[in-house]
Design a protein around this ligand. Structure first.
Ligand SMILES: [Zn+2]
Length: 56
């Protein structure tokens, strides 16, 4: 018998519908991609992300 805490979270907050939806919704995938894109763009902007050679 599984405990109720073993349940996985099947819902996410959809910003398009402004409501909770099942992760099986196509909105979940689209939203996830959008967020990962933002994260990547942020990381690319970071100056520390690019390794700089030490001064001679
Ligand atoms: Zn939605």
């Amino acid at each position: 018998m599984g405990s109720p805490y073993a349940q996985k979270i099947l819902h996410f907050y959809c910003y398009e519908c402004k409501d909770y939806e099942l992760k099986t919704s196509p909105h979940y995938k689209a939203q996830k991609q959008r967020f990962s894109r933002r994260k990547k763009a942020r990381e690319a902007k970071k100056p520390a992300a690019t390794p700089t050679p030490p001064p001679p």
